[in-house]
Design a protein around this ligand. Structure first.
Ligand code: NAD
Length: 343
């Protein structure tokens, strides 16, 4: 693992997020939309929010932000985006749940253009700090073959055997951040997110992740009376899921910190997919007949976050239990689905 060091001289002049202008990329997406709100509540004075999607597809559009539609795979758009900006939170990426990343490896790898061009633009614009959203998909697949995974430690990314496509792009981009910091002195902070979930995210269409997909399937069963549910794999595969409020708070802590190496940001409350389904059934007050689709994309056998390092370095731990977070997520998806049904 790359060792923690004291941060080097900071490029640019802004040492606190609230003293400058911040840019959130991927702001029309799930985490980006929540992050804009978090930063505003924390006292950000000027926020630029960028996404390539048209506004009507943004999960949240915050009026107080300088919202822009721009495709950040192009260097000239990145140069425009960082003008006058002090801190960058780079969350833009082409991504989705297992069904998306297993079937769109080239698209996922093309996100390398976004981070590369954003870093290049940021260093020329004298940006003080740069956050990069990495993923648990960087971890070596051989260390995730057991459902009783004790939790992935930061050093488990090497020797490298990342998730094909998406994970390799994340691992490469992490290293770009590291070398931009070493060679060009731009302070980079990198978090490895483990499955984030919550309201204002995707729950259908192919990019959704397990928590939202389970809510949609259970709600659908409740609304239609068809009490069958399809589960990808045998349901015994394990994961951990972090509620969005824990994620935005963790991003903030990491960005403000001295941690100059990629660090886990996730929950260590590991559950099987079957247990996740049971939680959602319990929230909905129904029991469904489970049908296992064994040839569906299912990812690694066991994955969870080892939070030893982030606890020790930043005193960060998730606050919101899976049950509590799933209740909020279920309620939001239920409202969306019933509102659509009545249109
Ligand atoms: P999301 O898909 O909801 O948001 C990503 C946003 O980036 C989208 O709105 C998309 O339109 C935008 N985008 C894609 N290409 C772009 C481009 N060329 N220019 C401008 N915008 C572009 O995903 P999310 O869940 O909010 O994830 C945010 C970040 O966190 C991503 O980098 C993702 O890889 C990472 N991450 C997320 C999770 C998770 O569980 N959600 C887990 C690990 C890592």
């Amino acid at each position: 693992m790359i060792q923690a060091q004291e941060s080097q001289t900071i490029k640019g002049s802004i040492n606190k997020m609230t003293d400058g202008k911040v840019l959130v990329t991927g702001a029309g997406g799930f985490i980006g939309g929540h992050l804009v709100e978090y930063l505003k509540n924390k006292g950000a004075k000027e926020i630029v929010a960028i996404d390539k999607k048209p506004y009507d597809q943004w999960y949240q559009v915050h009026d107080y932000a300088d919202n822009r539609v721009s495709d950040l795979q192009y260097l000239e758009n990145c140069n425009d985006a960082v003008k006058g900006v002090d801190w960058v939170y780079n969350l833009a990426a082409d991504m989705g749940g297992m069904g998306f990343i297993e079937n769109n490896k080239a698209l996922c790898m093309l996100s390398v253009l976004i981070n590369t061009h954003m870093l290049e633009a940021a260093r020329h614009a004298d940006v003080s700090r740069f956050f990069y959203a990495s993923s648990a998909c960087v971890y070596n697949g051989e260390k995730q073959q057991d459902v009783n995974n004790p939790g992935l430690k930061e050093e488990d990314a090497y020797p490298a055997l990342a998730e094909d496509g998406y994970g390799w792009e994340k691992l490469f981009s992490e290293r770009m951040c590291r070398h931009f910091e070493e060679d060009f002195n731009i302070t980079c902070r990198v978090a490895r997110f483990h499955n984030v979930y919550g309201p204002f995210g995707t729950y259908d269409g192919g990019r959704e992740k397990a928590p939202a997909a389970m809510c949609r399937k259970v709600i659908n069963a409740k609304l239609t009376g068809d009490h069958n549910i399809e589960i990808w794999g045998d349901g015994e595969q394990t994961r951990s899921f972090m509620y969005i409020d824990d994620c935005t708070n963790g991003i903030d802590k990491i960005m403000e910190s001295h941690i100059d190496f990629p660090i886990n940001l996730g929950s260590d409350e590991m559950v099987s997919i079957n247990q996740l389904v049971s939680i959602v059934e319990d929230i909905a007050g129904i029991t469904l007949d489970r049908h296992y689709k064994l040839d569906a994309p299912k990812g690694v056998r066991g994955r969870s976050s080892d939070n030893t390092l982030i606890k020790k370095e930043l005193d960060w731990a998730p606050n919101i239990s899976l049950r509590e977070g799933m209740e909020k997520t279920y309620a939001w998806i239920y409202d969306q689905m019933t509102a659509k049904a009545t249109v």
